[in-house]
Design a protein around this ligand. Structure first.
Ligand SMILES: [Zn+2]
Length: 116
């Protein structure tokens, strides 16, 4: 079953099956994106979203409010598809960019337009 995934409103939202499910200004715990073991990452925008297996992951940019570093992330899991329905990750979950599922290469500088 195919579920439509896209970003809306200039990256303010991830839309899953035409519903806004994940949005900028959320606070995520994300491992490995800055000097912190786990970042307190405030999402400022979503640049891409994709599904890999059942995992829905979004490329985002934002700021770690723990150390103040601005980062662009590799795809960060935001939820999964279960029987065609979206299940968001628990708010307190620690997210690991790059995808445990996908085996996609994590490259340090992938030529995205992150400035600053
Ligand atoms: Zn940090």
């Amino acid at each position: 079953m195919t579920v439509s995934l896209r970003t809306l409103d200039d990256g303010a939202w991830v839309s899953v099956a035409d519903e806004r499910r994940v949005g900028a200004s959320e606070l995520w715990y994300v491992a490995g994106i800055c000097a912190c073991p786990v970042a307190d990452f405030v999402v400022e925008g979503i640049t891409d979203v994709a599904v890999d297996g059942r995992t829905v992951a979004a490329e985002t940019y934002g700021t770690c409010i723990r150390c103040g570093e601005g980062v662009s992330t590799d795809p960060v899991p935001v939820g999964r598809l279960v029987a065609g329905a979206f299940e968001p990750l628990a708010a307190g979950a620690v997210r690991v960019p790059g995808g445990a599922d996908g085996g996609r290469q994590v490259s340090p500088a992938s030529g995205t337009s992150g400035e600053d």
